[in-house]
Design a protein around this ligand. Structure first.
Ligand code: ZN
Length: 487
């Protein structure tokens, strides 16, 4: 029986169902990190926030004799006091932070199995961003040998194949390809936390894409360490399904208040802008005095954003959400720009029919739908006299074909006025330069595709006057400007 079933798709994001020994979970979802030594919110409380699965660190439990005995005697679920699924991390983060762990790969895997973890993780080697290639490659070899070893051990629980390779696209690809060949129940992209901390989100886009294009589509992908809600729409759009959040507690300790648009310092808050149970019950002053209350708010907004992402997938508006969220920080704008570089790749996964297209900013000009439309311009076989016009009120009867120009798509037959995506797209009255440029590039493409068969007239209103592409269009078409009507 397949362990992961995909229910809805949008861009490369999906809503899926993952089977675990403690029940099904619906992805995308976030796994709150439970540290058995420092608990601000009990594991048994997590369900009310929306948690369907938790994550804890097997190494922390293993290292503490008392916790280890309890976990081995009664299981990890009993130790944490919950019956919802639990993923266990292996201690590779400790390996990264403190350079040494006193446990082998096979020992920690056996330990995870013995305490009844639902998802086990081998002891991979997280390589920091921007180390030299040789070091990243050597680390990766160790990770891959541990993944191979993990596959030979008997497992009845789900097993995660970790993808490493630092900031090198070739190594991330190699890592993902090898993990996929070994075959895991899910895959985890690791080693990105320092990149997240330095807001290297454009590089994160490259890493996710390099990994995803080599991983099987029918398995969930966990983005290790990405717990800030502002990142969810972006990462889900690129095909990540699982997230973990220690952020809710770590940010609370630093007196920082999470929102889906970023982080606010509690000391700067005059009011609590959120409507979660904490923010509607307590005052700013009370929140300042209680890390636990702040952690609870942080968790509420974290799950709220994940539900928003899920709804956006279901209704086909994930791009719009992503575009809105990525306007919050300059480094997220960079990431959104980077995503548009991958539009051709994303287009292959993106379902073809969706709800109306909303043009929100210049980034919308490079959405997968626009690229797909451009790729399909060769479907129009035209000849004779052809009018391409930016305004509808023309003397259309003189022409064999009439195309209207709608930014950012470009030319479309007037008969398709109501059809998806062009006819149904909603664009602002004032069009930005990027949308016009993409539209005119597609006008040029249509003309080039039908060169010699059709005589083109390109008619434009004053808002398009003087566009740099007109010179090129003039080589194919007679340019005619609308005469301004007397008022
Ligand atoms: Zn709140």
């Amino acid at each position: 029986m397949t362990k992961f079933e995909i229910l809805h798709k949008d861009l490369m994001g999906r809503i899926g169902k993952l089977r675990t020994a403690h029940g099904d979970i619906e992805t995308p979802t976030i796994m709150p990190v439970i540290n058995p030594n420092i608990i601000s919110i009990e594991a048994s409380e997590m369900k009310k926030y929306g948690a369907e699965i938790l994550i804890t660190n097997a190494y922390i439990i293993y290292r503490n004799r008392d916790l280890r005995d309890k976990a081995q005697r009664n299981g990890i679920h009993s130790l944490l006091g919950t019956e919802i699924p639990i993923m266990t991390d292996s201690g590779s983060y400790q390996l990264y932070e403190y350079k040494d762990v006193e446990v082998s790969n096979s020992e920690i895997l056996e330990f995870q199995r013995s305490i009844g973890s639902d998802v086990c993780v081998p002891l991979d080697v997280p390589t920091p961003p921007y180390v030299n290639w040789k070091r990243a490659k050597e680390d990766l070899e160790v990770t891959l040998s541990r993944l191979r070893e993990a596959r030979t051990l008997t497992q009845d629980n789900l097993l995660a194949g970790v993808v490493q390779g630092s900031t090198y696209v070739d190594l991330r690809e190699e890592s993902a390809r090898h993990a996929a060949e070994l075959g895991f129940d899910l895959y985890a992209i690791g080693g990105v936390v320092p990149l997240l901390e330095s807001h290297g989100f454009d590089k994160l886009v490259d890493i996710i894409m390099a990994s995803k294009r080599n991983l099987p589509l029918n398995a969930p992908v966990h983005l290790f360490g990405a717990g800030h809600p502002m990142l969810f729409s972006l990462a889900v759009a690129l095909g990540c399904d699982l997230f973990d959040s220690a952020a809710y507690a770590i940010y609370a300790k630093g007196k920082r208040y999470l929102t889906s648009d970023g982080t606010k310092k509690l000391e700067n808050l005059r009011v609590l802008p959120c409507s979660c149970p904490v923010c509607t019950t307590y005052s700013v002053t009370e929140l300042r005095e209680s890390t636990d209350l702040l952690a609870a708010h942080n968790l509420w907004v974290t799950f709220e954003e994940m539900r928003m992402v899920k709804q956006s997938i279901a209704e086909g508006s994930l791009w719009e959400l992503c575009e809105r969220r990525c306007r919050a920080y300059p480094s997220l704008v960079d990431a959104l720009k980077r995503i548009t570089n991958y539009s051709a790749e994303i287009e292959k996964y993106d379902p073809a029919t969706k709800r109306p297209f909303f043009y929100l900013s210049e980034f919308s000009a490079h959405r997968p739908e626009v690229l797909r439309y451009s790729n399909r311009l060769n479907r129009f076989d035209i000849s004779g006299r052809v009018l391409i016009t930016t305004k509808e009120e023309s003397e259309v009867e003189k022409f064999d074909h009439v195309f209207l120009v709608k930014p950012p798509f470009g030319p479309y037959p007037v008969e398709l006025n109501e059809s998806y995506p062009v006819g149904q797209s909603e664009i602002p009255v004032v069009i930005d330069a990027e949308a016009k440029t993409v539209a005119l590039q597609n006008v040029l493409k249509l003309m080039a595709l039908n060169k010699g068969k059709a005589n083109f007239v390109f008619q434009y209103d004053s808002s398009w006057d003087g566009h740099p592409l007109f010179e090129e269009i003039g080589k194919y078409a007679e340019l005619v400007q609308f005469v301004r009507q007397a008022t």
